[in-house]
Design a protein around this ligand. Structure first.
Ligand SMILES: Nc1nc2c(ncn2[C@@H]2O[C@H](COP(=O)(O)OP(=O)(O)O)[C@@H](O)[C@H]2O)c(=O)[nH]1
Ligand SMILES: [Mg+2]
Length: 356
């Protein structure tokens, strides 16, 4: 799963990308205004994986991963003239980290002179609405053309799609993002290929610098909001020595870095959670879409496990910690044998029984 870091020039995208990924890409007080993209994969911190690794002392420990892409070059007015390359960068990600400048610093110019988080939030939102509206209009025109030319193979599907896209247009005409619509799973499926920007989940990050957290009225579905001291977090991410980190946190009077919390939030934003596998070889967290079944989980590990799926042995993580070992969980009658349709819960420890 991949998240795109977006925002106006100089809001601190690259700074926050560096903070989250431990990268060290140059940050500058002047933005080039060009499309510039950096990508990095990050492990999702998970205390359950840490604890299981202590118990099993495996050869290998693997966390769930998310990929971040820092997408520079967005600005007001881009909606209508979005370049093909920028469009594909934006369409390909599964969600956005929308960075908003909330720090005052006379050394860092703001493209619109003043620091005004709500205005900036509305600028990019407005551009994305416009991009989606153009895509929707184009699709409706195409559907109408097909109908007039009698080129419709499947009347039912044509009608379903037209009705759905008209619903999207009404939403966008009302200047509301598509992620606020309640869509059924098969409607989502129908829309998957379009890459609509306002349909993607958003984590809004107010980059506050040394200033205080921002409170705003921004109420949307599939949307989370967090405040972060970008520059400070980027500096912490460059330290590896735990003593240095402790000293740094003490100096700035911070309880803990926000990095881990923000990574976890961005993971949750994507509508996925983790199940766990364990043993002497490897302790591992795997990502699964919420609502995914035991056979989906098996298929995430390997297609053979899904193909030859018999049953899943499932232990809830909390039961494992309470009992101390898999044998003790079993003795207490808390290991469950589940079939292929079992809906996996966050933190389930799973062994797949299979036969191929
Ligand atoms: N004072 C202050 N400056 C920051 C902070 N975060 C980023 N900057 C500065 O703002 C400028 C633009 O940051 P950058 O990450 O390159 O922004 P981008 O254009 O959105 O990628 C750089 O000079 C950064 O050092 C912050 O938290 N406080
Ligand atoms: Mg940048």
């Amino acid at each position: 799963m991949r998240l795109g870091v977006i925002g106006l020039p100089n809001c601190g995208k690259t700074t926050i990308f560096n903070a989250l990924t431990g990268s060290d890409f140059p940050v500058e007080p002047f933005s080039s205004g060009q499309l510039e993209v950096h990508t990095a994969v990050v492990s999702v911190p998970d205390i359950r994986v840490d604890r299981l690794a202590e118990v099993f002392k495996p050869k290998k420990t693997t966390y769930a991963a998310v990929t971040y892409t820092d997408i520079g070059g967005l600005d007001k007015g881009i909606g209508e003239g979005l370049s093909g390359q920028m469009r594909s960068e934006l369409q390909q990600v599964d969600g956005f980290l929308h960075v908003i400048r909330a720090f005052e610093d006379t050394n860092v110019p703001h493209p619109y002179e003043t620091v005004d988080p709500l205005r900036d939030l509305a600028i990019i939102d407005g551009e994305f609405l416009l991009v989606d509206l153009i895509a929707v209009e184009n699709r409706l025109a195409r559907l109408e053309e097909e109908r007039q030319k009698g080129k419709v193979d499947n009347k039912q599907r044509h009608a379903t799609e037209t009705a759905l896209i008209e619903r999207l247009r009404a939403q966008l005409d009302a200047e509301q993002p598509l992620r606020d619509l309640d869509l059924a799973p098969d409607e989502h499926k129908l829309l998957r290929g379009y890459g609509f920007l306002t349909l993607k989940p958003v984590l809004v990050i107010f980059n506050t610098g040394d200033d205080s957290a921002v409170a705003v009225d921004y109420d949307h579905q599939h949307t989370l909001i967090v405040s972060l001291q970008g520059q400070l977090e980027a500096e912490i991410a460059q330290l590896d020595d735990p003593d240095d980190i402790a000293a740094f946190l003490a100096e700035y009077n911070i309880d803990e870095p926000s990095r881990e919390r923000v990574i976890r939030l961005s993971y949750e934003l994507l509508g996925i959670h983790s199940f766990l596998t364990y043993g002497d070889d490897e302790v591992r967290a795997w990502s699964l879409r919420k609502g995914g079944s035991a056979v989906d989980a098996a298929g995430t590990i390997h297609t053979d496990l899904a193909r030859g799926f018999i049953r899943a042995e499932v232990i809830a993580y909390d039961d494992f910690i309470e009992a101390g070992s898999a044998a003790e969980v079993k003795a207490r009658g808390k290991m469950r044998l589940e079939g292929r349709d079992y809906v996996v819960r966050d933190g389930d420890m799973i062994v797949v029984r299979f036969n191929i």
